[in-house]
Design a protein around this ligand. Structure first.
Ligand SMILES: Nc1ncnc2c1ncn2[C@@H]1O[C@H](COP(=O)(O)OP(=O)(O)OP(=O)(O)O)[C@@H](O)[C@H]1O
Ligand SMILES: [Mg+2]
Length: 248
């Protein structure tokens, strides 16, 4: 019997902290570990996985929702990598105002339409609106991305708090991104964990620490996945550790 795919959603509250980049790079890293991966753009406001990857898929999540094509028909394989992609409706904001039925269909899609995959990596939008919160609560693992900036930490805490309300026994883990050293990342994680422990009475696990690395911006600028463009650099090594933790 085929196993159900595992849904791994990536949220942060605060925008611009690296969710989309992490989703892409983890999809790549997990596929290199032999896992069958679907990368699902669930940023209904400003989808941009296709842009970060330099792809122009003929179909996207919007095409599936309006009935033009099946999910399998809209999914594309990355031309140089081993993972599949369902793009969002890039750059239009057209998905921001889904009607309730479309929203329910979009929320159900990663679970219902992704047989044959081991992992579905779900890139969520910034903020904690209903759609983000619902998609996070439907995931098997929620990766909450934070940087050491106070505003990112408070937003990551808000995401964890809401997730705890929605899924009291849910598996929420922290990824710290864009830090100068592993030690700085650990300090950030401990700060967040202390707040959760004190006020929410739970301690999220640490999924990993990713250091700030100029190679990330270079890879994004060239629209090439980091592990392809710079297989040996700090951030690639850090992502591989996160992927091994998730795969293990
Ligand atoms: N480890 C890193 N080292 C250096 N730069 C990074 C790192 N991670 C992310 N970045 C930078 O952060 C920028 C924003 O990343 P990304 O678009 O993935 O964020 P996001 O959280 O998805 O944003 P949004 O909330 O708008 O969807 C990237 O363009 C990249 O330059
Ligand atoms: Mg993004």
């Amino acid at each position: 019997m085929p196993r159900d795919p595992r849904l791994i959603a990536i949220a942060s509250g605060k925008g611009g902290v690296g969710k989309t980049w992490l989703a892409i790079t983890l999809a790549d890293a997990l596929s290199r570990l032999g896992r069958r991966v679907l990368l699902f753009d669930a940023d209904f406001g400003l989808a941009n996985i296709d842009v970060q990857l330099g792809l122009m898929p003929a179909f996207d999540l919007g095409s599936v929702l309006d009935g033009s094509v099946s999910l399998a028909g809209a999914v594309v394989r990355h031309p140089d990598c081993q993972f599949d992609i369902l793009a969002g409706r890039s750059g239009t904001g057209a998905m921001a105002d889904l009607d309730p039925a479309q929203l329910e269909a979009a929320l159900a899609m990663p679970r219902c339409g992704s047989a044959g995959y081991d992992d579905v990596l779900i890139d969520l939008g910034a903020g904690v609106e209903r759609a983000v919160r619902r998609m996070a609560s439907l995931s098997d693992i929620l990766l909450v991305l934070a940087t050491e900036e106070p505003t990112s930490l408070t937003d990551a805490y808000a995401v964890l708090k809401l997730h705890r309300l929605d899924r009291p026994l849910g598996d929420a883990r922290v990824v710290v991104n864009m830090v100068s050293t592993q030690a700085a990342g650990e300090r950030t994680y401990f700060t967040l964990r202390r707040a959760c422990s004190t006020f929410l009475r739970f301690e999220p696990r640490l999924a990993g620490i990713v250091r700030r690395d100029d190679k990330v911006r270079d890879a994004i600028r060239r629209q090439v996945p980091l592990l392809t463009r710079h297989p040996v650099c700090q951030a690639s090594g850090d992502i591989e550790v996160v992927a091994q933790g998730l795969a293990g």
